[in-house]
Design a protein around this ligand. Sequence first.
Ligand SMILES: Cc1ncc(COP(=O)(O)O)c(C=O)c1O
Length: 413
Amino acid sequence: MVQGPVASSFPAPDAASTKAKAAMKFATRAVHAGSPHDPVTGAVIEPISLSTTFAQTAVGAPVGQYEYSRSSNPNRSNFEKAVASLEGARYALAYSSGSAATANILQSLAPGSHVISVSDVYGGTHRYFTQVAAAHGIAVTFSGSIEVDIENLVRPETKLVWIETPSNPTLTLVDIRAVSEAAHAYGIKVVVDNTFMSPYVQNPLNHGADIVVHSVTKYINGHSDVVMGVAAFNDDALYTRLLFLQNAIGAVPSPFDSWLAHRGLKTLHLRAKAATENATAVATALEASSQVIAVNYPGLNSHPQRYIAVKQHRNGMGGGMVSFRIKGGAEAAKRFCQKTHIFTLAESLGGVESLCEVPSSMTHAGIPRAEREAAGVYDDLVRLSCGVEDGEDLVADIQQALEAVAQEFPAEQ
Ligand SMILES: Cc1ncc(COP(=O)(O)O)c(C=O)c1O
């Protein structure tokens, strides 16, 4: 098994084919990138390569490019190539979860390094930064307005800026270009967690970021049946370092999960469009309801940072995630999630099926109330992940649930 340098899944590309592939539109790349026909059988869909080890014809001379599946595997390589193509990156590396992708990137920093992060990050990322990275000598400073604060927060040892846009669950946006320009002036790299938008709606590297990460578990796989992560980037030195860590730490996805996620990715453009259309209809209906205090959706003109969505998202799309504050407080929010028939009460997001949840009691319960509310996560906030069902059915489901809650909590209306 590989102890030294790991064979790259990204051999030096021939210039003509790279140019031709890069010119192809997203949908074509989603279907074909990293999807060669099987050279032996002609199979159009790649077989699942379960073998953990690969034969060698002489010591150190493997038959193909693979030696041992932790180091690299055909299904993982093909998935990585597909994601790299969709994010407009030279390289991508896949991990056993989105959290493992985060951990590998933080592990690439030397002890004593400093990171600046948006405060509104995914709870698990916050937990890793404060309880794991801190123990390895990495200090993280959180900022609620990173575009404004960054200049004041930079230290000589600052190596990374971490952005999540839109944020979870308030759908606050960050101007990737503005933050990247400020960070690059100090030689600091910028990571964007693009999980909520998917590569179809937003490509952070095109806006100046250095690394884009995804919880593949969400939109990229899209069918709520795989936990996986990925990071994509252009820098050669970063590739060498992260490839080494991917193998050394070993938090890699199985061949079957890589295959499933690759299959899901082939329809990402269709799902992302449908989810955006549905979320737009749902957000519009919520905004028109007298039971609703406020709606957070970057696709609405009422979103305070709509101008960022317009320049940063494909066609100004809002994505599939919506959150809103319901009249009647915490109990009304919880009842709403029990009253929906199509939206399932569950954590996670980005699947073909619509989900709803109450962040203050579920995904964000671990964050102290004062900190939560400062970020807009009140007890009456409901988060929706709009799937790809019929939009009219989703709107009707939301409306009947709002009416049912209004009848139960009349005093609070
Ligand atoms: C924005 C975001 N980033 C990262 C993660 C972590 O991904 P995973 O659950 O695949 O480890 C999540 C999970 O919910 C997420 O929502």
